[in-house]
Design a protein around this ligand. Structure first.
Ligand code: GCU
Length: 411
């Protein structure tokens, strides 16, 4: 058992490490707007055959499937057919109606996947406010924190949000549920083998590694959120038609891919998702594809490696991923100090996704200029804020996310 001071030291060193890591890679990284490469974004509203896309039907039937297939096969990797049917079961392992002094109920729910190749469990946490008379809207968070054990409770019980913690009390106050899905239940953070975890249930005899177009880590994490949504559709406390998916950083990347693929999610929030998230590949500002696949080779699928230093050859850029979430609202969050995630590139992505929102009669971002620091764009179907500070989700950010959800999910 670790003493409290050594635990604190351990936590401090994790955060220092996180903060330091990109700096060490800084040498050949561009952060200067003056030194950006010239680039053209691939067309959003013209089909591969050169046909202009002018109606929501054409978007849904022609252009969107083309773009989704490109993202699936070239960027994140597609989920293959399992080698034999997977049986999924849900079990509420624990239910605590006295959570946060009786303000809410916490349920620990096990989702079990099994077939002849093996068995894998994921554990999700579902929090709902008490004393409500109908199913509540909710946020589902792709979470870095484990859902196993009770260690995370310390984060919620604080009045203010602990760095990267979850302000559950605030969610209850505003009438929301909160679901945490742990990113490492199905696949490890930086998996390089893929023999264990959920992948083994999908491998036919003789396969032990994803094919070049098959799911990497982020795609696996996204698949997990969809399975958590399968569970929510059976939970009477949650209004499954009003669930926002949210994630920070690596989990923000997974969030956008989840929301694009699974249209049951009503809204998406990407917090500082950066490279392979909201930021445009072609700007090559902050983290680049090269940096990403060097350190995290299988977050994306192996086909993505072919575009290292050849971003211009990619038939997609990340504004097209945001557009695939339309007409459902999407919110992008950046921080001035988080240059590794290229806040300007994140904004431009949201801005360039906006024509698809307008095709649906929705409101997109109107100005190519990023808004002033600290000013949130809430009353638009494409929302955004950039604040001072660095790579974290602060209480300020959570409140803006909730304002955005209030505006769009409670109308
Ligand atoms: C690294 C990685 C980023 C990622 C971040 C995180 O810095 O390079 O792409 O967003 O970790 O997940 O915190």
């Amino acid at each position: 058992m670790k003493s409290i001071p050594s635990l604190l030291l351990c936590i401090a060193s994790i955060y220092t490490l996180e903060a330091k890591e990109p700096k060490e890679l800084d040498k050949d990284v561009n952060y200067d707007e003056e030194n950006l490469p010239a680039y053209d974004l691939p067309p959003l509203l013209t089909s591969s055959e050169g046909k202009p896309i002018t109606t929501p039907d054409e978007w849904f039937n022609i252009r969107r499937p083309q773009i989704m297939s490109l993202f699936g096969n070239l960027v994140y990797g597609t989920v293959p057919k399992p080698s034999s049917p997977i049986k999924t079961s849900f079990k509420v392992l624990k239910e605590d109606k006295t959570f946060l002094g009786g303000k809410g109920t916490r349920k620990d729910v096990r989702i079990r996947f099994e077939n002849e190749r093996g068995r894998v469990d994921m554990l999700i946490l579902v929090f709902v406010p008490n004393n409500v008379d109908k199913p509540v809207p909710a946020f589902m968070k792709h979470s870095f924190s484990s859902t196993h054990g009770n260690d995370f409770d310390v984060h919620f019980l604080k009045k203010n949000c602990f760095k990267n913690g979850w302000p559950i009390g605030e969610f209850f106050k505003r009438g929301y549920g909160f679901i945490a899905v742990y990113q490492q239940d199905l696949v490890k953070h930086n998996e390089v083998e893929f023999l264990k975890g959920i992948h083994k249930l999908f491998y036919p005899k003789g396969q032990s590694f994803p094919k070049a177009s098959e799911w990497g880590v982020l795609s696996t994490v996204a698949w997990g959120a969809s399975r958590a949504m399968d569970y929510l559709e059976t939970d009477k406390g949650i209004d499954a038609k009003r669930v926002a998916i949210m994630g920070h950083s690596k989990m923000g990347k997974a969030t956008l891919w989840t929301a694009a693929q699974d249209r049951r999610f009503a809204l998406a929030i990407s917090a500082q998702s950066g490279c392979a998230g909201a930021a445009l590949w072609r700007r090559k500002s902050g983290e680049t594809l090269d940096k990403m696949v060097t350190r995290f080779p299988y977050w994306l699928c192996r086909n993505a490696w072919k575009f290292v230093n050849n971003e211009d050859d990619l038939p997609v850029d990340q504004h097209m991923l945001l557009a695939c979430i339309a007409p459902r609202p999407v919110y992008v969050h950046s921080a001035v100090g988080d240059t590794w995630a290229d806040g300007r590139g994140e904004y431009l992505s949201a801005y360039h996704a906006s024509p698809v929102y307008r095709l649906f009669g929705k409101k997109g971002l109107e100005s190519e200029e990023s808004p002033p620091v600290g000013e949130a764009i809430i009353k638009s179907d494409v929302g955004y804020h950039i604040r001072e500070g660095g790579h974290s989700v602060e209480m300020f950010d959570w409140l803006k996310f909730l304002d955005f959800a209030d505006h769009h999910l409670k109308k």
